[in-house]
Write a protein that binds this ligand. Structure first.
Ligand SMILES: Cc1ncc(COP(=O)(O)O)c(C=O)c1O
Length: 462
């Protein structure tokens, strides 16, 4: 085990200080002490540079968030203007501010369902925590205090706070944290390539896992289940696109059992999947929605929960009786974040960015799926400008590599050596470039990725 207080970098260098002072989020801490940090220095458009002068094309939009790319002067201008004018205000106790009001109106207009109210936060995790609390509050005030459980899916990612982290269906986010909470249930992941049984058709796979969901609902009792939460396309779980028919059948089941559908659009929202929202790409009719990330193009942190008016109305009287609707964050409706998000959404419209992303997304998907011919690639999947390639030891049998070989991690490092930022999710390499990416830049991404895959193969051969 590397001694966390000692490293090979020059004393006092940024790398040395990083290794001595930071607790890195969502990082393999052991590996981090062996390899040290890559320190980002500056970025422009779809390119980024580290402190050693290496240039990268941004294949991941940071953490799936920088939709408008980096260095957008108009957002810099709006942030500075609003910091000068009203650097902070709140929405507690009936206070309000113009950017929050106008952003709420804008989000309702854009939403792919009949949204009535918008609650602001700062992160996808706090948005999904809010979703859970609103479900509990709502069911209490409408006289269904037993209807509280939330169904999520294995490999789903909904954040890391105690409640949202419980929704997340990835073991590393539960291990040693005493999660998940017991009001959260996890059902099957709709990942045909990995989860289908031998010889099972896609349609049969869907029927089987939706049957398992129905069995879970019956076992627990529909009267104890408030909601089901899903990303239209799973992101951090490995960019998993459910098979045709999956969501139609799930939604019919939820309707039958009076279970609400929470649509987690934190990655898919705002043009990512070739439509304005993942709900449209996957044909969803959600009851509520969480957004974050691209809503502000990550220039400042902002998230929002959208709920229908019929959920809001029954909460008014009871909050009067208690004397408060006791939920809110210091930064709920931060005026500078809201102003930047509002301008980001306007820029997307002014530049017809969703149509651009859909168009370039077709080229992106064609190049992505062409990688299926590479000897290391077992599966390619995606929609619009999000996708993944899964590396396997044997294509025919889908045999994965041993985890100890860290093939995904090493392939990611080869991508970085070629000047391409990707994210390794196990042995899947995820791509999610800024929506402003051009056809030539898509070509650059896949040229670099192909070279990195060839190098990975050569490295495995050694
Ligand atoms: C679908 C989804 N929901 C929620 C979250 C959590 O967002 P945050 O990291 O801002 O808390 C993420 C983050 O990647 C996400 O991908």
């Amino acid at each position: 085990m590397a001694d966390p207080l000692h490293n090979e970098f020059p004393a006092g260098s940024l790398e040395d200080k990083d290794l001595r002072h930071l607790l890195h989020p969502t990082t393999n801490l052991k590996l981090h002490h062996q390899v040290g940090p890559v320190i980002h220095d500056r970025a422009e458009g779809v390119y980024m540079w580290d402190t050693r002068g290496n240039q990268y094309i941004e294949g991941m939009s940071g953490l799936w968030c920088t939709a408008l790319g980096y260095g957008e002067e108009e957002l810099v201008r709006v942030a500075a203007e609003h910091m000068r004018k009203l650097s902070y205000s709140q929405l507690f106790g009936s206070k309000s501010n113009e950017p929050s009001i106008l952003l709420a109106e804008k989000l309702k207009q854009m939403a792919p369902f009949d949204a009535g109210r918008v609650f602001f936060g700062s992160s996808g995790s706090d948005a999904n925590d809010t979703q859970i609390k609103l479900m509990w509050y709502y069911n209490n005030v409408v006289g269904r205090p037993e209807k509280k459980k939330i169904i999520s899916r294995k490999k789903g990612y909904h954040g890391v706070t105690v409640a949202a982290g419980s929704l997340t269906g990835l073991p590393a986010f539960h291990a040693h944290f005493d999660l998940p909470l017991d009001r959260v249930l996890h059902t099957d992941c709709p990942f045909y390539y990995r989860e289908a049984e031998e010889g099972e058709s896609e349609a049969d796979f869907v029927d089987r896992i939706v049957g398992n969901l129905e069995a879970l609902i019956e076992r627990e009792g529909a009267e104890t289940i408030a909601a089901f939460i899903a990303e239209p396309i799973m992101g951090a779980g490995g960019v998993i696109v459910p098979p045709d028919g999956y969501f139609d059948k799930v939604q019919a089941l939820l309707k039958k059992h009076d279970i609400l559908f929470i649509d987690d659009e934190v990655i898919c929202g705002f043009g990512r999947t070739g439509q304005p929202f993942g709900a449209q790409t996957m044909n969803l009719a959600p009851d509520t929605m969480s957004v974050a990330k691209a809503v502000s193009s990550a220039y400042l942190p902002l998230s929002a929960v959208l709920i229908p008016e019929w959920m809001y109305e029954p909460m008014i009287e009871p909050s009067g009786q208690v004397g408060n609707f006791g939920h809110g964050f210091t930064y709920s409706g931060h005026p500078v974040c809201a102003a930047v998000a509002l301008r980001a959404l306007e820029l997307m419209e002014e530049r017809d960015l969703f149509a651009h992303a859909a168009r370039v997304g077709e080229e992106f998907q064609a190049r992505l799926h062409a990688l299926a011919d590479h000897p290391l690639v077992g599966n390619t999947r995606g929609r619009g400008l999000i996708g993944a390639v899964e590396l396997v030891a044997d294509k025919a049998s889908k045999q994965p590599f041993e985890a100890s070989q860290a093939v995904g991690y090493n392939a990611m490092r080869f991508c970085e050596e070629n000047g391409l930022i990707v994210r390794a999710l196990g042995d899947s390499l995820a791509l999610c470039p800024p929506l402003i990416i051009t056809s030539d830049q898509v070509d650059e991404v896949f040229t670099k990725m192909t070279r990195a895959l060839d190098q990975t193969q050569a490295w495995l051969g050694r």
